[in-house]
Ligand binder design. Structure first.
Ligand SMILES: NC(=O)c1ccc[n+]([C@@H]2O[C@H](COP(=O)([O-])OP(=O)(O)OC[C@H]3O[C@@H](n4cnc5c(N)ncnc54)[C@H](O)[C@@H]3O)[C@@H](O)[C@H]2O)c1
Ligand SMILES: CC(C)[C@H](C(=O)O)[C@@H](O)C(=O)O
Ligand SMILES: [Mg+2]
Length: 372
């Protein structure tokens, strides 16, 4: 298969982790006889510095004209700490998600058996965790009307959702649950927010078309507690943009490091693959960032294009790096291995699998039919 892939490295550790993912895609290319082309685009702080714009027109055009986008991370403290900045890096990512209509951000949280001791939580608490968050990505408070009136010292963010925005991601979540443990948990704040009440109404109606899937509703505050106390009770979590952002970072505590968790952001026409972590500016250029979240995002990209064997081969190579303890210091404090070494090891170990590797036990928690 031939794929044109837009590569947006972004800021901080973005370029370092994306470089490892590209090594892995090159290895997939060679092992399985595919052809991938990579075309770089600017986004985030580096784009602002070069063009004044966090999402230059050329970048949007590139992402629209390619088959998929591989995104690293963006953001820098000089923008985070400057509330008066007129433009900031995160605007680039939000605009890109909106323009590509990437309405579903799929974030699997899986505890790998070989890393079960990495979590600060107990082994019995986390060992059977295998959940997947369907985070609505192109609506909600991130995109509502905003204002900031300095004279009045007052600011506003508005949260709006429409039935169709909820419905399209809800169907994806229910379909995913059908291929998993047949359980959807809607996480909201319906005891306070009107938008959450709309979510409940729409999702309950949709659930009638999926009688084989059990729907539960949980308030976000309770969900945050339940996810730590007993994460294995969850299968598919369906939630809005903001709650999904927060809950997925919390999920990384269960998995052992935020440097492990990948994601796929999908819409009807486009798809982007991005780790859930940020640009970790303190680690930039130090060769210590964990590249696995980005590499597993590549596994999701391959799955998106129905290259399931290729995706499994990437996951198998990642698991081999865990079992050989070829990991970055966030996983093993005393590790002497850096981002590049781990990336090389994983890329070098991507190979066609024989029957001895049971991907069903070891997969990244992404069922075969979760991506549209
Ligand atoms: N998708 C994105 O691009 C994205 C996501 C989150 C935050 N951000 C931006 O990133 C910048 C830093 O934000 P932050 O500090 O809140 O979040 P962050 O995810 O960048 O870092 C938080 C902590 O997570 C750990 N971490 C993150 N990535 C890691 C990796 N690959 N390997 C090992 N450890 C890792 C580090 O301990 C780090 O201190 C901000 O500008 C923020 O807006 C961007
Ligand atoms: C950088 C920021 C805009 C982004 C988000 O909130 O969606 C990030 O936290 C993420 O999880 O991808
Ligand atoms: Mg986030």
């Amino acid at each position: 298969m031939h794929l044109d892939i837009a590569v947006l490295e972004g800021d901080g550790i973005g370029p370092e982790v994306v470089a490892q993912s590209i090594k892995c895609l090159r290895s997939v290319e060679e092992t399985f006889g595919h052809s991938f082309t990579f075309k770089n685009g600017l986004i985030g702080a580096s784009a602002i510095k070069k063009t004044g714009n966090p999402l230059p027109k050329e970048t949007l055009k590139l992402c629209k004209s390619t088959d998929a986008t591989l995104f690293g991370a963006l953001g820098l403290p000089e923008f985070d700490d400057n509330p008066k900045a007129k433009v900031w890096p995160e605007q680039g990512l939000l605009k890109l998600r909106k323009k590509l209509e990437l309405f579903a951000n799929i974030r699997p949280v899986k505890v790998f058996p070989s890393l079960v001791k990495q979590s600060p939580l107990s082994k019995t608490q986390v060992q059977n965790t295998d959940l997947i968050i369907f985070r609505e990505l192109s609506g909600g408070i991130y995109y509502g009307d905003k204002s900031n009136d300095e004279d009045k010292n007052s600011a506003t963010d508005t949260c709006t959702y429409t039935e169709s925005e909820i419905s399209r991601i809800a169907h994806l979540a229910f379909k995913s649950a059908r291929s998993r443990k047949k359980k959807v948990t809607l996480v909201d704040k319906a005891n306070v927010l009107e938008t959450s009440r709309l979510w409940r109404r729409v999702v309950r109606n949709i659930s009638e078309s999926y009688p084989d899937v059990v729907l539960n509703c949980l308030f976000i505050d309770n969900a945050a507690v339940q996810m730590i106390l007993n994460p294995s009770q969850f299968d598919v979590i369906l939630t809005d943009n903001m709650f999904g952002d927060i809950l997925s970072d919390q999920g990384s505590v269960i998995a052992g490091s935020i440097g492990l968790l990948p994601s796929a952001s999908v819409g009807l026409e486009h798809a982007m693959f991005e780790p859930i972590h940020g640009s970790y500016p303190n680690a930039a250029g130090k060769n210590i960032a964990n590249p696995v979240a980005s590499i597993l995002s590549v596994a999701m990209l391959l799955q998106h294009f129905k290259m399931n064997e290729e995706s499994d081969a990437v996951v198998a190579a990642v698991l081999k790096s865990f079992s050989k303890k070829i990991v970055t210091p966030d996983i093993l404090g005393s590790s002497k291995y850096g981002t590049n070494y781990v990336g090389d090891f994983i890329a070098d170990n991507i190979m066609e699998l024989d029957g001895s590797f049971n991907i069903n036990d070891e997969n990244i928690g992404l069922g075969k039919s979760t991506i549209i």
